[in-house]
Design a protein around this ligand. Structure first.
Ligand SMILES: *Cc1c(COP(=O)(O)O)cnc(C)c1O
Length: 377
């Protein structure tokens, strides 16, 4: 069976973890490896300040605290996204106003955000689905016009760009994931990118359980104590050591993943031309970081049949999000609007096996299997 995902390993992870634990003797958070990762992200992508977290969910929770979400504040989030994009704000008492997706892409429909803005709106949370940028100029223009915060959910978007700017560096804050399903992974892990300097000092405090510990260790305060809210958001230096081993290989990982993506595109283009299925569109303002390859079937039923067909041929393809406005937890709280494009991707989007080690002949097998499925329709 060709799996859907296989986490990438560079081979140096264990070595660096050994170093963190037995040589540096700094196993808790904010050690040498954490600092090296921060430096990498800040230099490479131009984030003003970064903080490693134990997940992207944590980074989003920190963002929610930093922009000071209060009960009743409204936050605009696409319905077609992972739970955490909304949950991080709901925990602070926000009311989620779900936005629809574009017709040509599962990302938020930038032209339909303005009609959702009210007096109570505090933030917009665009998700760069499949690592492909939302139209950030439009979103930032709305944020400026209505004085809103923008938190980019860049969980899937490492090393991807909007008009030359790194995703996660455009909004006030950005959140990344290093879950094992992402391009660069540490099992579980995340990163908060802070682009608005106003948030830097407080972010460090929230990160360290509401204390000014980081300041104290830099010699900028003569004692440290409880000064704010927060949590234990920082991961152990072992996670950072693991991550460092991956970041060193980023170039090669991304190159290989883009190659895999391109092979799928080439192999399936004939089905798009014959109008039998749709393949992903990357708008000209965006780059492709090879995070995922999906196809769009014509119906839920057709997608289920294709999943079974591929399974019988030894390949695991999986659907993705269930519209959050229809979720067990939030449907009662949703304002009742129809969100048709989100439901369309919920029903019709299918993700194909995608990982660094995926072999060319395995990919050919998957492409052939899909071609046979549609030839027999
Ligand atoms: C993976 C993912 C998350 C959650 O990341 P964790 O690191 O598992 O918390 C959030 N949003 C999106 C869009 C994701 O793809």
């Amino acid at each position: 069976m060709i799996p859907f995902n296989k986490p990438y390993l560079s081979g140096k992870e264990a070595h660096y973890i050994f170093q963190a634990v037995y040589e540096n003797n700094h196993i808790s958070g904010n050690g040498k490896f954490t600092k090296a990762c921060h430096q990498f992200f800040e230099e490479r992508f131009g984030f003003k300040k970064t903080l490693l977290t134990t997940s992207c969910t944590d980074a989003l929770e920190m963002a929610s605290m930093l922009i000071d979400i209060q009960p009743g504040d409204e936050v605009i989030v696409p319905s077609y996204t992972f739970v955490s994009t909304a949950l991080a704000f709901v925990r602070q008492g926000a009311k989620i106003v779900f936005a629809d997706s574009r017709t040509d892409h599962p990302g938020i429909d930038e032209d339909k955000i303005e009609e959702l803005i009210t007096e109570k709106t505090k933030a917009i949370v665009p998700v760069h689905y499949a690592g492909v940028a939302c139209d950030m100029d439009k979103i930032m223009a709305l944020a400026n016009k209505y004085n809103l915060f923008v938190v980019e959910d860049a969980a899937q978007a490492i090393d991807s760009y909007y008009k030359g700017k790194a995703l996660g560096s455009i909004g006030h804050l950005g959140a990344f994931s290093f879950h094992e399903t992402k391009n660069i992974q540490a099992g579980e892990g995340g990163l908060l990118a802070i682009n608005d300097e106003r948030f830097i000092k407080r972010a460090e405090i929230l990160w360290e359980k509401g204390t000014n510990r980081a300041e104290f260790f830099r010699g900028e305060a003569n004692k440290y104590g409880w000064v704010d809210i927060g949590s234990s958001f920082l991961p152990t230096d072992m996670v950072a050591a693991f991550l460092k081993a991956q970041l060193e290989q980023m170039e090669g990982i991304q190159k290989k993943r883009r190659l895999i993506w391109e092979r799928y595109r080439e192999g399936l283009a004939h089905l798009e031309e014959s109008g039998q299925l749709k393949i992903p569109v990357v708008p000209e303002f965006a780059t492709n970081n090879g995070h995922m390859f999906y196809v769009l079937c014509n119906s839920l039923e057709e997608r289920s049949d294709l999943i079974n067909h591929l399974k019988n041929d030894g390949a695991k393809a999986v659907f993705h999000y269930l519209s959050l406005h229809k979720s067990a937890y939030y449907s009662e709280k949703h304002d009742g609007r129809e969100i048709p494009m989100s439901d369309y991707y919920d029903n019709c989007l299918l993700r194909l096996p995608f990982y660094y080690e995926l072999k060319e002949q395995e990919q050919k097998h998957i492409i052939d299997s899909i071609s046979v499925f549609y030839a027999n329709k």
